[in-house]
Every structure is written in C-alpha cells, then in structure tokens.
Design a binder for this molecule. Structure first.
Ligand SMILES: C[S@@+](CC[C@H](N)C(=O)[O-])C[C@H]1O[C@@H](n2cnc3c(N)ncnc32)[C@H](O)[C@@H]1O
Length: 443
C-alpha cells in the first residue's frame, strides 16, 4: 500500500510537470497514466484528485509557499512542493507527516540528499507556522485571483462582463469536481432500465432533475460498465445535452454538424432522428472522426455519415440550402469547462479568444449558406466569454439579414431561462459546464 501510494504521487508529479511544460492536457495525460500503470479504483481516484487539485489550486499554493522559499528552485522541486502542500492544506484524509515523508522520498530518489533536506525543511516550516492569510491581500480582484486560482486578466474580464458576484461564484464552482452525467440512448432503452442495469453492475445513478434523458452517477464510474459498452448511454455533460433540443429536430430531417468530433451532439441528434433522416458530421481531424465512428457503432446508430473536412470549405462540397438543420458547436477557448480541464485557465490568453472568434465567424459564414429557407442554424460553445458568445452571435445576425433570431427551445426542468434566441449557462447554475447556445432561423 505504502509503495503504491508513492507511485501515485510520482505519477501525479510527472503529469503536473508535463502540463506545466505545455506538453499535453491534464485530462488526456491522466487517462493515459491510469491505463499505463493499470491503476484501479482508489489509486486512480487519488491520482485524479492530486493531479487536478494541484493544477486547479496552483496560484493559491504558490502564494502559500512564497514565504517559505528563499532561493530559486528547480521546476520539479517547486512542483513537488505544490503537490505536497495541496495534500496538507486541502485534503483531510492524508496526515501531514505521511505527505512529508513521501515527498522527501521522491526528492531523494529524483534529486539528492540536499534537495530532500530542503523539501523536508520547507514542508515542516509550513506545518509549524501555517500558511499566510488571504486577508492580507487588499485588492479584491487580486484576492479572488489568488483565492480561487484564476489568472487576474481572466477575473478582470469576467468582472467586467458579469460583475464581481457572478464571477466569484463561477470561480468557486470551477474548483469543484463535476458530477458524472450521461444521456440515455432512447433508440434502444429508457432511463428506468438504464438505472436498473447500472444498479445490477454496482453503480448507482439517479434521474437528472433538469434534463429528461439524463442520469447522474452517485456511486461508481459509468465508463467502466457493460451498460456503457452496450451503447445504452453516452457520458455527456448536461449543458451539452441542451444543444440538440435547440435544433428542434423532427423525424426525417437532414442535419449538418459542422464541428462534430468526438460526436457527443452528433449522436444525440441521430438518436432523436431515431433511424430516420441523416446527420452529416464534419471534423478537421481524421483521428477524431475515427473516435466518432466508434461511438456511432457503439450506440447502434445507422443515420450518421462522417467526413474529414474543414467546415470553412463545406460551401464547395455540399449543395447550398440543402440541410434542414445546421449545428456549429465551434472551437472555443473552453473557459466553461475549467473543472474538467483546469490547465486551460493558465494557458489561454486574450489573443486566443480573438483568434477563435474569427474562426467561429468564418465557419458560421460558410455553413449558413447550407441551411434551407425556414431551417435552423445553432451556434454553441463551451465557454463563458462574451466576445466568443453573444458578440459572435450578434455579429452573425448583423452580417446575415437572411437570418432572424429563433427563440430557444430548451428543457422545462432547467432552472435558467433563455434570453430569446440566446442562453448562457454558468457552471454554478445547475452543476453543468459553462456553455453558450444561440439559434437562428433562415427567412
Ligand atoms: C467543441 S469541439 C466539438 C464537440 C462536439 N460537437 C461534441 O459534442 O462532441 C470542436 C471541434 O471542432 C473541430 N474543428 C475545429 N476547427 C474546425 C474546422 N474549421 N472545421 C471542422 N472542424 C473543426 C475540432 O477538431 C473539435 O473536434
């Protein structure tokens, strides 16, 4: 057990280092590491907690460590201290002396006796003296930035867009682990059957109070079940599930999903079509299109056609005005999914937001030509930034007189309301991702 725990911490340190060097995203590295070391239940859970927690709390941890670090440290030593402090300050289940012992062992193994002594000294001083108080930070923006570990530019931007209180609630929510939710595949089963089947496999799930086709996992991992392998559901965030409702799909329709991989919304649309009509699913990357095909097969769907294509070229490939519905679930900054991908908050910049906005505009301009008269175009993102969301949607309407606002059709159980054709979901609204949805109808 002791040895296993040490391995988990070393693995966590490796992931945090790779993320810090921008080598990959934390969620991808975490999955790869769990597979590589064949980690099971408790070890995988601890690795996830340590990795996400340390990344999520980076700015707070650095603030806490600052008074105890007197000289320049090698990067891995600083990260080891961050990882150790996360356990000492934010986790109750591991005694401080165990954390310090494990960290010193890692320092000895990777470095030398001197580094082990330094790690031991810093952590023992923190244990003795306690971490500095956040109350010492007078500026409210800077304090919120350190307290919730979001960069100051982002806090300023959100306060400007949504006010201080909404920003504070969003930043706090971004530190919590999201509940695992799944969309029931109603072409072959229903919510009650899925919940019973999961129960027989030792996984407890309950019906979602906000989305009629969603279940929420209470105990166990939905991904590791036979019910999942057999295609009874798709693991998907509840905010993402709202998008297909906004498309107002009817049987027999021809639908284009312009940015489709990994296929969460494509398969939802195909399920609503229930073996009628068709969904044409485009994505820029061949490997992602392959992943999408795996999902289509797993869910036993027969009405999805995939294609590797830059949707900015879709106007040359498909007949104009030939789709009843077009979805642009656009590439975006991802600032609505910081609970799942905490590293995004440190890697994205304001320039990224403006360049993504320009890609979003180009995709919308092209694929809007493919919408039939009377058809609906939905534009969605998993971000909360106004520039990428309401601004892109407003610009689209002002550039395209042939489109008008289409009032949003969303599930009644949601505790939030659309503002005519626009819906901004915040992570704190009902525990779903931060998400934006807008709908337009071609005149
Ligand atoms: C937000 S994700 C889509 C998520 C997907 N709709 C789902 O629900 O699973 C955006 C996708 O757009 C793809 N993409 C980015 N630029 C594109 C372009 N110009 N044409 C087509 N796909 C693009 C990315 O590869 C990425 O898979």
């Amino acid at each position: 057990m002791d040895n296993q725990m040490k391995n988990v911490r070393e693995a966590a340190l490796e992931i945090i280092e790779a993320v810090e060097k921008n080598q990959s995203y934390s969620n991808l590295l975490l999955n790869d590491t769990i597979k590589k070391y064949h980690m099971t239940g408790p070890d995988a859970a601890l690795l996830t907690e340590l990795t996400y927690g340390t990344i999520q709390r980076k700015l707070t941890l650095d603030y806490y460590l600052k008074p105890f670090i007197k000289k320049k440290l090698e990067q891995w030593v600083r990260l080891l201290l961050r990882l150790s402090l996360y356990q000492m300050v934010f986790l109750d289940k591991i005694p401080d002396r165990a954390v310090i012992h494990q960290s010193v062992e890692i320092a000895k193994k990777r470095g030398h006796k001197g580094i082990a002594g330094l790690v031991n000294g810093v952590l023992r001083s923190v244990q003795r003296e306690g971490v500095p108080s956040l109350e010492e930070i007078k500026d409210p923006i800077h304090r919120l930035s350190i307290e919730t570990s979001h960069p100051e530019w982002l806090i300023k931007r959100w306060v400007h867009q949504y006010g201080y209180e909404q920003t504070r609630r969003m930043c706090k929510e971004n530190l919590l682990a999201p509940v695992q939710t799944a969309r029931v595949n109603e072409t072959i089963t229903n919510r009650r059957e899925v919940i019973e089947k999961l129960q027989s496999e030792g996984v407890t799930a309950v019906p979602s109070p906000v989305i009629p086709i969603s279940i929420r996992a209470v105990k166990g991992n939905l991904a590791h079940t036979e019910a999942f392998r057999k295609g009874l559901f798709t693991i998907q965030d509840e905010s993402s599930m709202i998008v297909a409702f906004a498309l107002e799909i009817e049987p027999g329709m021809r639908v284009l999903d312009a940015c489709a991989a990994p296929g969460g919304k494509t398969t939802h649309i195909a399920e609503i079509l229930n073996h009628t009509g068709s969904v044409t699913a485009l994505d820029l990357h061949a490997h992602k299109v392959n992943l999408m095909m795996d999902q289509v097969k797993r869910l036993h769907l027969n009405n999805v056609e995939t294609r590797v294509l830059d949707s900015r070229k879709a106007g040359d490939v498909f007949e104009h005005e030939s789709f009843d519905r077009v979805l642009v679930d656009a590439p975006c900054s991802g600032l609505g999914v910081l609970r799942r991908k905490p590293d995004i908050k440190y890697s994205k910049s304001e320039e990224d937001i403006y360049s993504l906005k320009s890609v979003q505009k180009d995709i919308l301009d092209t694929v809007s030509q493919l919408v039939k008269p009377g058809g609906i175009l939905v534009f969605s993102t998993c971000t909360v930034d106004k520039e990428e969301n309401v601004e892109t949607a407003a610009q689209f309407l002002s550039d395209h007189a042939e489109f008008t606002e289409n009032p949003l059709n969303i599930p009644e159980g949601l505790p939030i309301k659309a503002d005519r054709h626009i819906l901004q979901v915040f992570p704190q609204d009902f525990g779903g991702d931060g998400f934006f949805i807008s709908a337009f109808r071609k005149k």
